[in-house]
Design a protein around this ligand. Sequence first.
Ligand code: ZN
Length: 177
Amino acid sequence: MAIRPIIETPDPRLRTRSTPVDGVDDELRTLIDDMFETMYDAPGIGLAAIQVGVPKRVLVIDLQEPAEEGGEPVRNPRVFINPEIVGESEAMSVYQEGCLSVPEQYADVERPESVTVRWLDRDGAGHEERLEGLLATCIQHEMDHLEGVLFIDHLSRLKREMVLKKLEKSSKAKRAA
Ligand code: ZN
């Protein structure tokens, strides 16, 4: 396994539409293993393949929620290949989102509270499940990446420009350091 570099906005690759996976093979499983290692190292709770520069419809998620309050985070790695949203709730929820490709910037985003998703696992087997809460938000955020969409695109223009300005400032400061 290897940690791969995460690409950051304004890298134009983040704006490309990822293509479907046409077969689950060892090369794809290596990519998935690398994506988990990269995500845990960052650290983050979700990562789409395009964020490591691979335009394939693959994403990994692990919310790493503590089993009990104050306990150690428990790993629950999940991989979604060719995910599709086949249903969504009318009810909406708001979470403060961030993104490893938009480092250190956070903003509230409203999305459906639950979504029904169909996908393939790392053995190529099909699944369909209704996802709720943070997992629903996270998979919608990651699936946006497959379309070249970032969470900041859900913000008002004013808010988005503020985030991008802050990002530019902090990356300038980092370069100067
Ligand atoms: Zn993201």
